[in-house]
Design a protein around this ligand. Structure first.
Ligand code: RNT
Ligand code: ZN
Length: 415
């Protein structure tokens, strides 16, 4: 008997339908963040990354233009099993020769190349206004700035992004998640905590007032507890964001790097699922701070995925990756991160969730602990390998050889 068949039998003895798990996973969309390939630089500006986020490292081979970034994403797509969307930022607009539009004047045609790219790879698209790395970010503020001219600029930008998201839907017929995250905050103890949040609320109201088809575009707001240079206050705190999303019936987005170190997003998902029809997640790995390390097959990633699966919410949760590491090969970073998310989802799908819940409800905490521990040494790797094999993607460490070869033949030639 081969390893997959024997592993499958072992899981089936616990009542787990392995074929169904593989099937479900292969249809579950994970949105790949485009910004791992170029350290969140984008194509519309030459300045530094601002907004209190940081990419550390200077590993050679960073993508310098759309062609290189697309080639790199293509490479990643050959290495990762699963069903994907591509998550773009507005700063990745692609302009024709001599053309340039500022962020508040972006139009669908500036993303046509991406739409063609997505179509030919059968990828859906998601989108993000880019409210950072731009000279209209004043004093670390965008939609909350006291100066109405600054706010207006960013309102127009976000409205333009809604129109571009609609265009993505019209071209691809796949709903587009449009995520609003702003860095706005204060380094030191503010004298007024209300004003910036009131202005954020008003700006968001104006953005949504342009109207859009909610079945095509799903607008969400991402919360954050702090940024570099915004250590004492953020306008888009967890409470602001959750309340705003409820008030306007849009989606809340939790990024698991955006909470205090002992707060766990896995513990928050169930509460949100009870009150929102749909929610969104950014999966990252915060090491001591919102460091955006590459996602691993670690306890919290598994726990987040378990919450999605055992609450029967695979069609209510929009999951996107969000990390940026420039200290290692960027293709490998993407690959490890995405394979880890897929593994964690598979692990969750192969967990005896019904049995565990029954034990818990019956007060059998001994059984819950024992079975959860037992599952950790089940032959999960054999099922994972089969998932990769069936998807025609590298099994085991084979992918690393392919990354090394790509580094030799492509990345090392970049200046
Ligand atoms: C920043 C947020 C945000 C960004 C991307 C680039 O802290 O996590 O999602 O990482 O938009
Ligand atoms: Zn994020």
């Amino acid at each position: 008997m081969d390893r997959f068949t024997s592993a499958k039998e072992q899981y089936e003895k616990l009542g787990i339908d392995v074929e169904e798990a593989l099937e479900k996973l292969s249809g579950f969309p994970v949105s790949i963040h485009c910004w791992q390939g170029d350290d969140v630089t984008g194509f519309d500006q030459d300045g530094p990354l601002t907004g209190g986020i940081q990419t550390t490292g200077n590993y050679p081979g960073k993508a310098r233009n759309p062609q290189e970034l697309m080639a790199d994403i293509d490479k990643v797509l050959t290495l990762v099993p699963g069903h994907f969307k591509l998550n773009l930022h507005a700063s990745y607009a692609i302009f024709g020769d001599g053309e340039k539009a500022d962020r508040d004047a972006l139009r669908p045609e500036h993303f046509k190349v991406w739409v063609d790219y997505a179509k030919s790879r059968h990828l859906g698209l998601d989108f993000n206004p880019t409210c950072f790395s731009h000279d209209m970010v004043k004093d670390n503020m965008t939609l909350t700035h006291p100066d109405p001219q600054v706010r207006d600029f960013w309102v127009r930008h976000c409205q333009a992004c809604i129109r571009i998201s609609e265009y993505f839907y019209d071209e691809l017929q796949i709903p587009v998640l449009m995520n609003i995250w702003i860095p706005d905050g204060y380094k030191d103890i503010p004298a007024d905590r209300y004003g910036a949040r009131a202005r954020y609320k008003e700006s968001l109201d104006r953005i949504l007032d342009i109207g859009y088809d909610r079945s095509k575009v799903k607008v969400c707001v991402e919360s954050k507890v702090f940024g570099i240079g915004m250590e004492s206050y953020t306008a888009g705190s967890a409470e602001f964001t959750l309340n705003y999303a409820a008030y306007k019936k849009i989606l809340p987005l939790m990024d698991n790097g955006h909470y205090h170190p002992t707060e766990m997003v896995s513990d928050k998902i169930s509460s949100q699922l009870l009150f929102f029809p749909e929610i969104a997640l950014h999966v990252t790995r915060p090491v001591r701070w919102d460091s955006d390390h590459v996602v691993l097959f670690d306890d919290e990633t598994k726990e987040i995925c378990k919450e999605i699966v055992r609450n029967d919410a695979m069609d209510r949760v929009y999951l996107a990756t969000d990390f940026f590491d420039a200290s290692i090969n960027r293709i490998a970073a993407w690959t490890v991160g995405l394979r880890s998310v897929e593994k964690a989802m598979l692990y969750a799908l192969l967990s005896p969730n019904g049995k565990l819940k029954n034990m818990q409800d019956g007060g059998d905490w001994t059984g819950v602990m024992a079975l959860q521990e037992e599952m950790k040494t089940y032959p999960f790797g054999d099922i994972w390998e089969e998932y990769c094999r069936r998807a025609g993607k590298p099994v085991g460490m084979d992918w690393l050889e392919q990354v090394r070869e790509y580094e030799q033949s492509v990345l090392s030639k970049r200046g």
